[in-house]
Design a protein around this ligand. Structure first.
Ligand SMILES: [Zn+2]
Length: 124
């Protein structure tokens, strides 16, 4: 079992989460802007249908990236909400402490290593 997070560790993880949130929000805004440009380009390309399949692939890729980033952002926001509520670093499944070392790698982690492993095994 891990130990309770020290105030300094908590502050470090919070700073990390806030930084990640800002980064993801910036990237999302860029991709959404890019998508708008791509959509406009597609309208122009509709007359020249030779290039349309390629354009559709690019749009699909943009959508996939936006999807992944939106999910990351949701996880980071949830972690920040848990920090405010004093639930941060506590496993949602077993109420055990999530070790600081794990949170350093994955600051949005909701489960301890054991429960995350069990969940992944169940999903297979
Ligand atoms: Zn657990």
């Amino acid at each position: 079992m891990g130990t309770l997070l020290k105030a300094g560790q908590r502050a470090q993880l919070e700073a990390d989460l806030l930084q990640r949130r800002a980064q993801i929000e910036t990237r999302l805004a860029e991709h959404r802007g890019g998508l708008t440009r791509a959509e406009r380009a597609q309208e122009l390309l509709e007359q020249e249908s030779d290039n349309a399949p390629e354009r559709e692939n690019e749009l699909g890729l943009d959508m996939a990236i936006i999807d992944i980033e939106a999910r990351e952002l949701a996880a980071v926001k949830l972690a920040l909400a848990r920090l405010r509520d004093g639930e941060y670093g506590i496993c949602v499944d077993c109420d055990g402490r999530i070790p600081f070392g794990r949170l350093q790698v994955e600051p949005w982690a909701l489960r301890c290593v054991k429960c995350e492993g069990a969940r992944e095994a169940a999903a297979r």
